[in-house]
Design a protein around this ligand. Structure first.
Ligand SMILES: Cc1cc2nc3c(=O)[nH]c(=O)nc-3n(C[C@H](O)[C@H](O)[C@H](O)COP(=O)(O)OP(=O)(O)OC[C@H]3O[C@@H](n4cnc5c(N)ncnc54)[C@H](O)[C@@H]3O)c2cc1C
Length: 411
């Protein structure tokens, strides 16, 4: 809104959206999804008819509207002559209350009965001659929406980290006070092994998400190469942080035994809430396709390749592993470039991106380790690099101190 809305609208709404007092605060929402298209917004049917200048009226049904009672809504609708797909979409700002104090014309048809995130209402909304202000030009809606979604995908990643960490800390605390078979539960090897995995993955995801936020900051200040990096890190981080958060919460629920399943404890709520993170803001497969688009249309992938190669060149310990895995990724990426069958491209790209994410996370851990006296980065590196080996080997679980450092409070 601060980039596209007319000055009068910005002056009226931005202070309210940023207000610090609850009674003055306006909240926002994005109504994009329709019955015909969530992933495929190009199938959307809602239409907007021009009244005058950038003022329109919108008619149609939005199918998933979170924070449904929002004061300010961004919505997509079709404008102008019928055009297929995303080309016919424009972006609109819809206010719940019009500047003259009248209520804008729209109905909440139904509230969704959701598995989780129940403290925030999601509804189905009918636009019925609803007044909307066009932002940007006609037909630019999809492009502008993508910009907006890239920001909210990063918020999603931060939410995923938070749920992931909460689950680990809850389970760790619980088991530190639980005795089984005559000893503190966290002293059992298999429990330490599980925290080793969960803690290492969390730390790797944390560094990936934070690298994305650094890139967001730098690109907002005009750094072009960070913009390219952000373009590809955003879906990478969204995908793996959300997937791991769901996995971690489920594992931590089990780690807490029967009590993990009981509503007196926090795990059931966490499990219900966390499951939305891989679905909204683009579900897993859609995110993979977005990574593919980002890899082809920006220099992001090349920058990631370079980052991995540069780190490999300076790491005695992990250099050869990184080089070997990177060269495999590069040769498969080249094959993808030569493929004519789209199905083959998509099926080949998914495992490639999975491996690429782990490699990039390893390089972030190596770089972070240089500036730190903590051994948590070594512990996480030993776990992540171990995932490349399929063969059985003898194992000694990390010590209690190692695990405590890995999931330490101060990080
Ligand atoms: C609690 C909740 C709140 C929400 N809030 C909002 C909101 O505020 N605003 C909003 O606009 N939307 C919202 N959504 C909608 C959400 O963004 C969509 O549900 C999501 O994008 C998926 O769209 P869909 O439901 O139409 O699934 P579909 O598009 O029908 O997809 C079904 C499955 O098919 C997969 N799929 C689809 N196309 C492909 C493909 N080409 N290749 C491979 N796999 C594919 C998807 O990954 C998915 O797993 C919300 C959803 C939920 C659950």
């Amino acid at each position: 809104m601060s980039k596209l809305a007319p000055a009068e609208v910005q002056e009226r709404l931005l202070p309210k959206l940023g207000a610090k007092q609850g009674e003055e605060l306006y909240s926002g929402a994005m109504f994009l999804t329709e019955k015909s298209g969530g992933s495929d917004v190009g199938a959307n049917l809602t239409r907007a008819e021009q009244v005058e200048g950038d003022k329109y009226v919108l008619n149609g049904e939005k199918w998933f509207c979170s924070n449904v009672n929002a004061d300010v809504i961004m919505a997509l609708a079709r404008t102008g002559p019928i055009k297929e797909g995303t080309r016919g979409l424009s972006l609109f700002l819809v206010e719940k209350t019009l500047p003259n104090g009248d209520r804008n014309s729209m109905d909440i048809v139904r509230l969704k009965d959701k598995l989780g995130v129940r403290s925030m209402a999601t509804g189905e909304v009918l636009f019925d001659d609803t007044v909307g202000q066009r932002l940007g030009e006609e037909g630019e809606g999809f492009k502008l929406m993508a910009r907006m979604i890239n920001i909210s995908r990063n918020y999603n990643s931060v939410a995923a980290l938070a749920a992931n960490r909460r689950a680990i800390i809850e389970a760790w605390q619980y088991l530190n006070h639980r005795r089984t078979f005559g000893k503190q539960a966290t002293k059992h090897a298999l429990i330490r092994e599980k925290f080793y995995e969960l803690g290492a993955q969390y730390l790797a995801n944390f560094l990936l998400v934070w690298r994305g936020l650094q890139a967001m900051d730098a690109s907002e200040n005009g750094d072009e190469s960070e913009r390219d990096l952000l373009r590809i890190i955003t879906p990478m981080a969204k995908w793996c942080s959300a997937e791991h958060a769901v996995y971690a919460v489920r594992e931590c629920m089990e780690l807490m035994g029967g009590n993990g399943y009981i509503e007196d404890f926090v795990m059931p709520k966490l499990l219900r809430d966390v499951n939305v993170l891989p679905i909204w803001e683009g579900s897993g497969n859609i995110i993979v396709l977005d990574m593919l688009r980002a890899a082809r249309k920006s220099d992001g992938l090349k920058l990631i390749f370079k980052h991995i190669a540069d780190t490999a060149a300076t790491s005695e310990e992990y250099g050869s592993l990184l080089n070997k895995q990177l060269s495999e990724v590069k040769s498969v990426w080249q094959l993808i470039g030569e493929m004519e069958d789209r199905d083959q491209v998509e099926a080949t790209a998914k495992p490639l991106f999975k491996k690429l994410i782990t490699l990039f996370q390893i390089t972030l851990l190596i770089r972070e380790k240089k500036d730190s006296s903590s051994d948590r980065f070594d512990t996480a590196l030993s776990y992540l690099t171990g995932t490349f080996s399929n063969s059985l080997r003898t194992r000694t679980p990390p010590s209690l101190d190692n695990i405590e450092e890995l999931i330490g409070w101060d990080y």
